[in-house]
Ligand binder design. Structure first.
Ligand code: FAD
Length: 295
């Protein structure tokens, strides 16, 4: 609540069990932190809208094109790319490295001393359909447990706060908002409405391959054990697997890196932008715009 006050989150407050149950009758809690301005974003629509607006403003997108190498020559960058079997070299005075899972590798193409390493962490989710039973009703709020730390294998770390701080410093546990309930959209008569499918996630696992979206997915039991305490009418058989994707976590680094490279100020590094990078994308863009003013 302190952080939400510092960030001037509108209407954030602690509510009683009774009030919480009026909002979401099927949850179990003693009290709850309520954030009436929280919400969900339809990710593909957001990206498509940004793409359309940028294109209409003269931005040119090179899709299906891989950056193979970048060389700095007198503060001009020579960029080698491959599209299909065709390679090309072009020059730019400015590069913004927002290569997600590969942002650490792109950073090192230009500055081999760049200290950042990406740890690929797979985020997995499951789902249930709230229309299945009356006591699964969900009014459409995002419902989170109390945050807790987890070990790299995704297991919950039930440890005292001072031990958590020590292990966190050593990179032996990571923070998580916990497996939570997120509503989705249905499109009815061309209108977005809160949908029937509710997702459970993320369940996180460290993976060695940055492209590994499917090996050894966590089973429905995993989600059940985390969600049952605060959404008690859910049964394991209601849960099925939903989606998986790999996030770019920075090794032993608490926050995202958003700064000009130490050697090349006209090379902007955006490294380790894990969740909530999508939600924050417009703010990140404004921040980069500010950085560019001093380049
Ligand atoms: C499972 C999962 C759940 C998530 N849930 C949420 C959520 O609920 N809310 C939220 O806000 N965020 C969420 N995120 C995080 C969000 O997706 C990221 O924060 C965001 O996508 C980061 O944006 P980015 O542009 O830095 O990287 P990305 O979106 O990963 O984009 C990087 C792009 O660079 C391209 N690229 C990489 N290397 C090269 C190369 N050599 N040449 C050319 N192109 C290259 C990639 O193909 C990719 O298109 C989630 C992520 C995952 C995986």
């Amino acid at each position: 609540m302190r952080i939400s006050a510092e960030n001037r989150v509108p209407g954030a407050r602690i509510i009683s069990q009774e009030e919480a149950k009026k909002l979401e009758p099927n949850i179990s809690c003693i009290k709850a932190a309520y954030f009436p301005s929280s919400g969900i974003v339809e990710a593909t629509q957001l990206v498509y809208q940004l793409y359309t607006r940028a294109s209409n403003n003269g931005i040119f997108f090179l899709t299906n094109t891989e950056v193979l190498d970048i060389k700095a020559k007198n503060n001009i960058f020579e960029i080698r790319t491959r599209t299909g079997s065709q390679t090309e070299i072009f020059e730019s005075e400015l590069v913004i490295n927002s290569a997600g899972l590969y942002s650490d590798k792109i950073a090192r193409l230009v500055n081999p001393d760049s200290p950042y390493d990406i740890l690929p962490i797979r985020g997995e989710s499951a789902k249930f359909y709230k229309s299945k039973r009356d006591n699964l009703r969900h009014s459409g709020l995002n419902i989170y447990p109390t945050p807790y730390p987890i070990y790299p294998n995704g297991k919950k770390a039930d440890i005292p706060f001072d031990l958590f701080q020590q292990l966190f410093e050593q990179g032996k546990v990571v923070k998580t908002v916990g497996v939570h309930l997120t509503p989705t959209f249905d499109i009815i008569n061309n209108e977005y409405q809160i949908g029937n499918l509710v997702t459970l996630g993320p369940a996180t696992q460290r993976v060695t391959d940055r492209e590994d979206n499917s090996e050894g997915l966590l089973p429905p039991e995993h989600y059940f054990q985390f969600v049952k305490p605060f959404f008690p009418n859910l049964e394991q058989k209601d849960i099925s697997l939903h989606q998986a994707g790999v996030q770019a976590k920075l090794v032993q680094q608490y926050d995202w890196v958003m700064r000009p490279d130490e050697k090349y100020p006209n090379f902007i590094q955006l490294i380790g932008i894990d969740s909530p990078g999508l939600t924050a994308c417009l703010s990140i863009a404004e921040y980069v715009e500010e950085l560019l003013k001093s380049v």
